[in-house]
Design a protein around this ligand. Structure first.
Ligand code: PLP
Length: 1017
């Protein structure tokens, strides 16, 4: 190789001019250029401007030949790039030779002069750095296929040889500086050098320092060309980016950001590989270390050489800055800039957590999703809590928060990921990456609850560390857990601000099952001096120690931190609605309803709820609180069931018409639906609401019998149209009702719980049926007879009343004997809710003449149906068409089919039976503890708890029922009250209700009963 210490050629300028004209035929004005080893001139002539090079005599011929071959290759394969082009000598070759007066032989070379201003004298904007990256990318792509024996040379400037700097350390006088180099070399030897052999290698320029890069003066964001291929060699490709970066970042405010730009530019034209980016930070340091140590060695050997020293001071400044950075974070920034995961696996981890969020054990109990939540005001610098925390006054901060939380009913305070916070005021929050910038973005998720609140791991884990961080505003008790779930790259969770007890309990290597205790939220004396809370953070990088995990980061790198330290909200199951609200506030909606909608519309709860999302058994409100829905039976399979949603969307996107055209869905649904019913019930018809189905039923019954008279049960509700209001004592007997119409006859509610005490239980059916017989008698006396008897198969509005065994057979026999039709209203209770059967009437061993259905039929898609016998259908066919614009359309039938699929495929009737029986048994246990529970009733997931002031008199405990219902709502569970005394707790949870859901309901009910009965609510 060239002897670095061999003196550069020193031809007088006139002699050089002679050589230029003699060998290359160019005459003009020569001006000397800086060069480390050779003698270079700018040569301005009438035949253009040139660079004339007299090469160091010590340069082996092989290297000169390599230079020529390299430039020749580039000229051939990348003619569009602005690079020096060789001028042939008179001899016909690119190299000429001459003999110096000293007797040394020198090669001579002439290349075209490139216009442009050196990057060293230009503004190093992000755009120009990106452009430099692109230039290098294009050039190196053009060099991919090039090789030459001269390229395989040993060069001190080869970053792979940074380890040789060990031998030059002695020339560095300052011990602190030496320590910087030693730390680097140690890492280089152990972690970088072993990986170099696996990287792509090729010939590269290897010296894109800012004097060799030319910027277009007219377009200062654009690199115009590259010069000086004197250091070109065959080495790792990534060294090209590393070397260019090492110079481009000097004295930059945000050096890693500058590298990121350069690397991204390169990557766009010549894609880099992850393993190359993983060593880039270290190779930049390697180049700087080579530079400063060579410089130090030369200084002590031959005295100062101004060319070598040119970048020395800034290089030292940069080395000290890079030394303070965590290389893993710097690498994460570079990987992110090139579109790779900031750390391998980051995307897979975030996706896995999102997909599995529902299966995590709750971090605090009850589950955080179910708690009333609000953001802790750390995002507001002026808030008293923020001010107190910034002033290290945790007691004052806690007092403010506790008062605020109890005033607003908030149980869980949330400190969101990514929040800009003014509380991080100490020196420890100065950025190590960006000069003059601070770290103020919170990278964990804070859960604020009282000190002592227990926190549990959402997933199985191995304890990585448990320690106490004593620094003020540190973490106090600090735990790191390693999670290795199946199908997901390993990740770490960091648990900060815990009570110190954790250190004695958890040991590294210890295994924790999902849901196991991690620790307790510490009081401020133990948690680093904060209002009690848990800082929970995910690290996708498992190689970071607990203390190295960055809890607070720079805003400008938030995109990187998001991948490296993903938001733990999904892991904890905090609904996104907690963080962002959309649409109008609750009060605004109430006001808008008042202004533009019927005042008759009621709103559930005195403090109305705004739900924004449904998910299975959960309804999520506008503030991210999930309520367990035990009330709404329409969402039979749970809210937004994906199979039904998909079926509706697919059909809606294809075709929606009406029953006047042929369509597969309509007949398929009629077949599937009738198949669930006894064979006599073989004719289906479709409508859009339960009321429409019941109205159609009325038309049929009247046509079939030629009569108007109807027998209904007291307190029944059958629909919202006037003719159905007339058949609904629940409506016509209450406020605004006009009383019973002459064609309507009421039988008593067959409520065994309220049957006269002297009725033997086995006679309840007969005795209650006598009330129907009385109505038929009353009609007969007036020369009338019933068109129909209609009852819900389990009267619901009447208070979840279960008909005594044999009741419907008694009644149906009487009604049929009088020529009337028997109608089962299954709008609430059908579709397998009772578990043992598809239809609740089946539990009575009867077959009605007409069954009407609605609510759960389309899992919230507006749809209803009526199924009847061939005989009734035939008599209804009197010439008048039945047409319902929307009823039975292909989309509705697709929804109906999907509902049947899910019930059948998910064996949901069995689930309803099992969970229902479990609940009934546990409710009975509660009945033993609470006198107020007069009766527990249920079949499958149709459930009622009747509350009484006195078990003997059975006086309805109406106020208590309301309090329990309100108390359950306050605890995040929805139910209703029903019955003439409004004293029956009514529950109809979705058919997918699990044992865990049931336990949640039970614990809330128990807690509510205890609080209400103790007079606390
Ligand atoms: C038993 C019963 N039948 C019929 C209806 C009327 O159904 P819709 O509101 O769909 O018209 C209801 C509604 O609550 C009902 O509970």
């Amino acid at each position: 190789m060239t002897d670095l210490y061999h003196p550069a050629p020193a031809f007088p300028i006139d002699q050089a001019a002679l050589l230029a004209s003699e060998h290359f035929g160019i005459e003009g004005e020569l001006s000397p250029l800086d060069s480390e080893r050779d003698q270079n001139f700018r040569l301005a002539s009438s035949a253009g401007t040139w660079t004339f090079k007299i090469i160091n005599a010590s340069e082996p011929g092989l290297e000169s030949a390599f230079q020529v071959a390299l430039l020749t290759h580039l000229a051939a394969v990348a003619p569009d790039l602005s690079l020096p082009r060789l001028r042939k000598a008179a001899s016909g070759t690119a190299l000429a030779t001459t003999l110096a007066a000293s007797g040394e032989r020198h090669s001579l070379r002439m290349v075209s002069w490139l216009p442009g201003r050196p990057l060293a004298e230009s503004t190093r904007s992000p755009a120009v750095l990106n452009s430099l990256g692109q230039m290098l990318g294009r050039m190196d792509r053009a060099l991919q296929g090039f090789i030459h024996p001269g390229a395989l040379r040993a060069l001190d400037w080869d970053v792979r040889r940074a380890g040789e700097a060990h031998a030059r350390l002695a020339h560095v006088a300052d011990a602190g500086d030496r320590a910087v180099l030693e730390r680097f070399l140690d890492r280089f030897d152990k972690q970088v050098a072993p990986r170099l052999a696996m990287l792509r290698t090729q010939v590269i320029h290897n010296d894109a320092n800012d004097w060799n890069v030319l910027v277009d003066p007219d377009r200062p964001d654009s690199v115009a060309g590259m010069i000086d291929f004197g250091d070109a060699l065959h080495t790792v490709l990534i060294a090209e980016v590393a070397v260019a970066s090492a110079y481009a970042i000097l004295d930059q405010e945000d050096p890693i950001g500058a590298v990121a730009e350069l690397a991204a530019g390169f990557h766009a034209l010549y894609p880099l590989r992850e393993e190359e980016l993983d060593v880039l930070f270290d190779l930049i340091m390697a180049r700087l270390v080579i530079s400063v140590t060579l410089s130090a060695a030369r200084a002590s050997r031959v005295g100062d050489n101004p060319y070598l020293a040119i970048s020395e001071a800034p290089a030292w400044r940069m080395l000290r800055r890079l030394d303070a950075m965590n290389p893993r974070f710097a690498t994460a920034i570079l990987r992110h800039a090139c579109g790779f995961d900031a750390v391998p696996g980051a995307t897979a981890i975030a996706t896995w957590i999102d997909r599995n969020a529902k299966n995590m054990a709750p971090v605090v109990r009850p589950h955080p999703a179910t708690l009333a939540k609000a953001l802790v005001p750390y995002g507001d610098a002026a808030n008293p809590m923020t001010v107190a925390s910034a002033a290290a006054d945790p007691e004052k901060a806690s007092t403010w928060w506790d008062a605020h939380a109890s005033e607003t009913g908030v149980a869980l305070g949330i400190g969101p990921w990514g929040e800009a916070r003014s509380v991080y005021s100490g020196d420890m929050f100065k950025s190590r990456f960006i000069d003059g910038s601070r770290r103020d973005r919170h990278l964990g998720l804070d859960l604020f609850m009282p000190a002592g609140t227990k926190v549990h791991t959402p997933l199985a884990a191995t304890v990585q560390s448990a320690e106490i961080e004593e620094e003020p505003l540190g973490y106090g008790g600090l735990v790191a857990l390693l999670h290795e779930p199946e199908g997901c790259p390993a990740f770490v969770t960091l648990w900060g601000h815990l009570a110190h007890e954790v250190v004695a309990r958890l040991k590294p290597g210890q295994k924790l099952a999902a849901g196991a205790l991690v620790g307790e939220m510490g009081a401020h004396a133990q948690n680093g001096g904060w209002a009690p809370h848990l800082h929970l953070q995910i690290s996708a990088d498992t190689g970071l120690s607990a203390r190295a995990i960055l809890g607070v980061g720079e805003a400008s790198y938030l995109g990187v931190w998001r991948e490296l330290f993903p938001d733990a909200a999904a892991l904890v199951g905090i609904p996104p609605e907690t963080f962002t609200q959309t649409g109008r506030s609750r009060a605004e909606i109430v006001a808008a309803r008042k202004a533009t909608m019927l005042p008759n519309l009621s709103i559930s709860y005195s403090e109305p709820i705004k739900f924004v999302r449904g998910d299975g058994v959960w309804l999520i409100d506008d503030r991210g609180r999930a309520y367990l829905d035990c009330f709404n039976n329409v969402c039979h399979l749970g809210h937004a069931h994906p199979h039904v949603v998909e079926a509706i969307a697919r059909q809606a996107a294809k075709l929606n018409t009406n029953t006047r055209y042929l369509h597969d869905n309509i007949v398929a649904y009629a077949e599937r639906l009738t198949a669930t019913l006894p064979p006599e019930l073989g004719v289906a018809s479709f409508a859009c609401s339960g009321s429409e189905a019941n109205s159609l039923m009325l038309r049929m019954a009247r046509t079939h019998t030629g009569r108007e008279e109807a027998i209904v049960l007291d307190w029944a509700y059958h629909g919202t149209t006037q003719e159905l209001i007339d058949l609904s004592p629940y409506k016509y007997k209450r406020k605004g009702g006009k009383g019973r119409k002459p064609h309507v006859f009421e039988a008593v509610i067959p409520d065994s719980y309220r049957a006269p005490a002297d009725w033997p239980a086995e006679e309840h059916a007969k005795r209650f049926a006598a009330s129907v017989a009385e109505q038929i008698d009353a009609m007969r006396r007036e020369g009338r007879a019933p068109a129909l008897f209609m009852a819900e198969s389990i009267p619901s509005v009447a208070g979840q009343v279960f008909l005594p065994d044999g009741y419907l057979s008694e009644v149906y026999a009487m009604v049929r004997a009088a020529g009337g039709l028997c109608v089962a209203d299954e709008v609430q209770v059908g579709f397998g809710r009772v578990g043992s059967h598809w239809w609740a009437f089946e539990t009575q061993g009867v077959v009605p003449d007409i069954v009407t259905m609605g609510k759960p039929i389309g899992n919230a898609h507006p749809m209803a149906a009526l199924v009847t016998t061939r005989e009734v259908a035939a008599s209804f066919n009197n010439g008048m068409e039945y047409f319902n614009t929307f009823g039975g359309n292909p989309v509705s039938c697709a929804a109906g089919l999907a509902v049947l699929d899910v019930i059948e495929q998910g064996d949901l009737r069995r689930n309803a039976l099992e969970i229902g029986n479990y609940l009934i048994e546990r409710f009975r246990g509660m009945q033993e503890r609470h006198e107020a529970i007069g009766d527990v009733r249920g079949m499958g997931l149709f459930l009622g708890i009747e509350l009484v002031a006195d078990r003997r008199t059975k006086e309805p405990a109406t106020v208590l029922a309301k309090k329990i219902c309100d108390g359950a709502r306050a605890r995040g569970v929805l139910m209703g009250t029903e019955g003439p005394g409004d004293n029956v707790l009514k529950m109809r949870p979705p058919m997918i209700f699990t044992r865990a859901n049931a336990d949640h309901l039970l614990s809330v009910l128990e807690g509510t009963f205890e609080a209400v009965l103790a007079g606390k609510e």
